[in-house]
Ligand binder design. Structure first.
Ligand code: CMC
Length: 428
């Protein structure tokens, strides 16, 4: 924090001094919280210039293409760490010692099973329901099953709720898929690691043992890791805002899932595949590129561009490597759909419009391709994003609840009717 002050001159008023705050990294912020006492609000649709909280978890420099979790660069974590170790880092602020790591993985592994009655919850849905619709429901419903971890003022309750959410998300996600195809739910297997277990619950059957290629489970783990947190994005802000009212953690994460569902956020990797199918053939790519550039056409190239990264998405670099590895392991580099993806990537990277607007392939472009290659149906893509992101949501919720916070309550610029008298219906 610094003693620097900004001066705000509003016509007809005395100048207002506003503190300028400095973090450890990133631009200074002007603290406008005292403005309300002066009868003024700031106006910032989409919150593009607004810092909504103080946080120590994740730092992004969009111009440099930098993403740090607790100070550690994302590419180092993706290459040298794994999802559960990164979860520990996000939650506790430091990398675990070996003993801490073993205790943490053991506790997460032992919370993967879900209440047996949740099975009947699933059968209340239509088989063709979107899995994100089911996830909004079942994750919110966890608060109806785990009453012993709902007291947000109790550190122990908060800890157990965090473990449960991280551990149970893959189980609930896989249950959505199994329900949609009419196969029995598969119980978690405690001898497997997090990503392996998820693939086992997705693709295993009670009839035979699951055999999971280590390269495939490594790619899955990396997808979870690369989605683990991303600072104050729409879904994380939804979790914080929901949590600021004192709502329980399961309800807060359900709010995050709902916010993530949209195609401009977590729904993008699903939209990438829909777009590749729509393109259908390499000969149609130019036509779609032209559509993306046409201001009168709402079509956008899904998986390109980012609100924050205006250079490149550092997660996309690592995900691209995984993408090459997975396609090679599965021997499907020449699949027509993946050839369209590769050509699209090349053309967009060389096209003046995309270069000038700094629209690079984002993480969802490559994660969509990997998930498709793994045989995961497109409507499960956002569920997998939500599974990886749960730790980020929980870490932010926990950070907020552990400090001083107030209920979130943005204001507005009102442009509606001024006060007028009610007119009875026969006089209108
Ligand atoms: N295809 C074509 N043109 C685009 C695209 C795109 N994918 N993205 C942005 N533009 C253009 C846009 O039309 C605008 O042009 P102009 O200045 O001439 O009006 C300019 O680029 C800036 O766009 P914007 O909408 O102001 O940028 P934004 O920062 O508000 O939007 C975005 C970011 C991610 C919503 C947008 O790039 C987009 O819709 N991308 C496709 C969806 C997608 O891949 N989303 C996943 C984001 S990564 C996952 C996550 O972190 O949640």
């Amino acid at each position: 924090m610094s003693d620097t002050k900004a001066k705000l001159n509003v016509p007809g008023r005395d100048p207002i001094e506003l503190p300028v705050l400095s973090g450890t990294l990133g631009p200074d912020v002007v603290d406008v919280s005292a403005l309300t006492g002066q009868g003024l609000f700031t106006y910032d649709p989409g919150f593009v210039s607004t810092g909504s909280c103080e946080s120590k978890i994740t730092y992004i420099d969009g111009n440099k293409g930098q993403l740090l979790h607790r100070g550690y660069p994302i590419d180092q974590l993706a290459e040298q760490s794994n999802y559960l170790e990164t979860c520990y880092l996000l939650l506790y602020g430091e990398l675990p010692t070996r003993q801490e790591y073993e205790e943490f993985t053991s506790v997460i592994t032992r919370h993967t099973m879900v209440h047996e009655q949740l099975r009947s919850f699933y059968s209340g849905f239509r088989r063709d329901a979107h899995p994100m619709a089911i996830m909004c429901g079942v994750v919110g419903a966890l608060s109806a099953f785990y009453h012993d971890s709902l007291d947000i003022s109790d550190v122990e309750h908060r800890k157990v709720a965090a473990f449960r959410l991280i551990a149970k998300m893959p189980t609930l996600a896989a249950m959505c898929y199994k329900f949609s195809i009419g196969q029995p739910f598969i119980y978690p297997d405690n001898s497997m690691d997090y990503a392996e277990n998820f693939l086992h619950m997705m693709f295993g059957t009670p009839c035979e043992d699951s055999v999971i290629d280590p390269a495939i489970s490594r790619a899955m783990d990396r997808i979870f890791l690369l989605h683990a947190d991303h600072e104050q994005n729409a879904s994380t802000s939804a979790v914080r805002l929901t949590g600021s009212s004192g709502a329980n953690p399961f309800a807060c994460i359900a709010a995050g899932i709902a916010a993530l569902w949209g195609p401009a956020h977590g729904g993008a990797n699903e939209a990438v595949l829909d777009m590749l199918y729509e393109i259908g053939d390499e000969k149609n790519i130019d036509k779609f590129i032209e559509r993306a550039k046409d201001k009168d056409d709402p079509f956008r190239l899904m998986g390109f561009g980012h609100r924050v990264y205006k250079n490149f998405d550092p997660r996309a670099k690592v995900m691209r490597e995984s993408c090459d590895e997975v396609l090679a392991v599965l021997g499907i580099e020449n699949d027509p759909l993946f050839r369209i993806a590769r050509r699209l990537e090349k053309i967009a990277l060389e096209d003046e419009y995309f270069i000038e607007k700094k629209l690079y392939p984002n993480v969802d472009f490559y994660s969509g391709i990997i998930l498709k290659a793994l045989g995961i149906p497109t409507n499960m893509f956002t569920v997998i994003f939500a599974t990886g992101r749960t730790v980020g949501w929980i870490a932010h919720w926990h950070e907020m609840i552990s400090g001083e916070y107030r209920i979130g309550r943005p204001r507005q610029l009102y442009t509606g009717a001024t006060e007028r008298d009610y007119v009875s219906i026969d006089q209108r």
